[in-house]
Unconditional design. Structure first.
Length: 203
């Protein structure tokens, strides 16, 4: 029965075009910068609300990137430019090229590559949770206040709020309205410590 349900979800997702967006040849660090920082504004490229000229030379793009994400290497700037062009055409969020853990538990070691270099932003795939009620659970050492956003691949923001996290599990229930991939963006005002993150359906 579980196999049939999984196949049905996959067929529906493909028929809706869900999950087709990819990061192309972009490296994981580039995709994390793009999804955690750039897309906070540039998701508007899809709707036309925002338009950054992708025919600008790399020096101009590098200056723009530096203002928001700090200095980046030439290769990352080139990949960011390419990702922006994909967003304009695909109208979907490029997922980080990593697999979700089999047990659903993101540990500090698994989360480390999903942070930007200053450790104040993170972008975590939550997989394809399925339609319905979900529960996000976060533990952290040391305690701190963060901003969390749960985002669908279509750019819809389902949760956007501050959350106090610490050694005791902090939970936030949310509802998935479609069967596509979802993601967690974390924004902090100080470097993030060791985090444990799990998302699970509410039974």
């Amino acid at each position: 029965m579980l196999v049939r349900v999984s196949l049905l979800v996959a067929v529906v997702a493909l028929s809706l075009g869900i999950g087709r967006a990819t990061a192309g040849d972009a490296s994981l660090p580039t995709v994390v910068v793009f999804d955690s920082i750039c897309l906070q504004c540039h998701e508007g490229e899809c709707s036309g609300r925002l338009a950054l000229r992708t025919d600008n030379n790399l020096a101009a793009v590098a200056d723009h990137v530096r203002g928001y994400a700090g200095p980046q290497s030439g290769s990352i700037v080139a990949e960011l430019k390419a990702l922006l062009g994909r967003v304009k055409t695909d109208c979907a969020l490029p997922p980080p090229p990593v697999a979700s853990p089999d047990d659903g538990q993101w540990t500090p070691a698994l989360l480390s590559p999903l942070m930007v270099t200053d450790r104040q932003r993170m972008f975590v795939p939550l997989g394809i949770p399925g339609v319905g009620a979900q529960q996000l659970v976060i533990r952290a050492t040391p305690s701190q206040r963060i901003r969390i956003q749960v985002i669908a691949q279509t750019f819809d923001i389902i949760v956007d709020e501050d959350l106090e996290i610490g050694p005791d599990p902090a939970t936030r229930r949310w509802a998935a309205d479609d069967a596509g991939p979802h993601f967690l963006r974390i924004i902090a005002k100080a470097p993030l410590g060791d985090l444990f993150i799990r998302n699970q359906p509410v039974r």
